[in-house]
Design a protein around this ligand. Structure first.
Ligand SMILES: [Zn+2]
Length: 417
């Protein structure tokens, strides 16, 4: 078995890994490299060229399948480069999150035309002479998977992006129970090996902080988070209920809630009574067939009439189009993304507008990626023969922590010993 990290050995984002036997080549993730913060997240129109991905698909031996770990752009953003016939395997959840993002986050982009195949969790699938099994893991987007790949008598576990401090920790226990002691190579994400080494809050602890923020807020509360991050929605939704308020979703969030309904038995399914839907100007409407919330619309005027009754989802684009450049007095804005995005101009303006309204802008976030301490525990549980860092800018940290680390370079073929 041969393993090649085409991209991601020493960078965060843009993952693309190849696993090959003599007769079968499969690709794990086709990620778009993350742009510098002062640039838009991706080109609005047209197709980017990407030499790595082009080289992967232009070889004489065709790619038998692509496995997609989750719907974030730094893992999935180059899906439109996958040749039309190549099957793209992913969880049902990832398929749904891709669709939601296509409709709402990127409406002007051409629709993806891929040969999508759903990989149910813990259900081995044969691709040529390679066997793949997907394991649901907790990450900052619904539907993320790790993959176990078996071929030539070897087993490789690809972590994708994951964390152990989310709401669904049981998922990872299933994975470690199945994989413990049986893995030759663990291809492990190390986002937090890159300097951010202190563990942050668990999702539960974050919820407690946010509940306090909402309870003490005098007026409207604005919630800034990604609608496809289901754990974070649950955090805000529970904090909203515990504070005796109503949650006002936008169409994007309402569509995601509709899509996951029935997929996650242990998470709350807010009834139409518990969620109001606010339609920001300039956002696509909820597709008619899809919404159980469509009769529950609320206008911004209604919200502003009784601001202390609501927690509403907020994105900077609403400032001009909906709030006409002026936020209500005493507004509290709870920012729940990675702190680095605050450097972007739209959030800088939003923050200034909150202050102008004598409001409070508060950062409440915890990472979607595994803390270093938890990664050490995870590696001990899996106890692989070799550990290969990926999705990190400090692969040498792996060498300090794990004696059996193998540091690969992008593009170098490694024969699994
Ligand atoms: Zn991710």
């Amino acid at each position: 078995m041969k393993l090649t990290i085409h991209r991601g050995a020493n960078q965060i984002g843009g993952n693309c890994v190849e696993i090959a036997t003599d007769s079968t080549r499969i690709i794990l993730d086709v990620g778009l490299p993350l742009p510098p913060l002062n640039q838009p997240p991706q080109p609005k129109r047209g197709r980017v060229t990407d030499d790595v991905i082009k080289a992967v698909f232009d070889k004489p031996q065709p790619v038998a399948a692509v496995l997609l770990s989750h719907a974030h752009l730094d893992h999935s953003g180059l899906l439109d480069h996958v040749p039309p016939g190549v099957p793209v395997w992913m969880s049902k959840g990832t398929s749904k999150m891709l669709m939601a993002a296509e409709i709402f986050a990127n409406p002007e982009k051409k629709r993806l035309e891929i040969n999508e195949c759903v990989l149910p969790p813990r259900s081995p699938q044969r691709i040529g002479n390679i066997m793949v099994t997907g394991y649901t893991v907790n990450h900052s987007v619904f539907g993320a998977m790790a993959f176990l790949i078996e071929a030539d008598g070897k087993r490789v576990l690809y972590s994708g992006d994951l964390r152990l401090h989310g709401r669904t920790q049981g998922m990872t226990k299933e994975l470690t129970a199945d994989a413990a002691g049986k893995v030759d190579v663990l291809l492990m994400e190390g986002t937090h090996f890159s300097g951010d080494r202190e563990p942050g809050l668990s999702e539960e602890q974050l919820g407690e902080e946010i509940t306090k923020d909402i309870r003490s807020a005098p007026g409207l509360v604005l919630a800034c988070f990604s609608p496809t991050h289901l754990d974070r929605f649950v955090t805000f939704f529970r904090a909203t209920k515990a504070s005796g308020r109503l949650f006002a979703a936008d169409h994007y969030t309402a569509f995601v809630l509709h899509m996951i309904n029935g997929e996650v038995p242990r998470n709350p399914h807010p009834s139409a009574k518990e969620v109001r839907v606010f339609g920001p100007r300039g956002q696509a409407r909820i597709p008619k067939v899809a919404s159980r919330y469509e009769h529950n619309e609320i206008s911004l005027e209604d919200i502003l009439r009784e601001p202390s009754r609501y927690v509403m989802i907020f994105r900077p684009s609403m400032l001009g189009k909906d709030f006409k450049g002026k936020l209500p007095d005493g507004v509290r804005c709870i920012y729940s993304y990675w702190t680095g995005y605050l450097a972007k101009q739209d959030f800088r303006i939003a923050r200034a507008k909150v202050e102008e309204a004598r409001g409070v802008f508060v950062e409440r976030h915890t990472s979607g990626h595994i803390f270093e301490r938890d990664a050490v525990e995870f590696v001990e549980d899996v106890s692989p023969q070799y550990i290969i860092p990926i999705h990190t800018t400090d692969s040498y940290r792996f060498r300090i922590l794990f004696a059996n680390s193998v540091l690969l370079k992008d593009g170098v073929v490694w024969e699994v010993p």
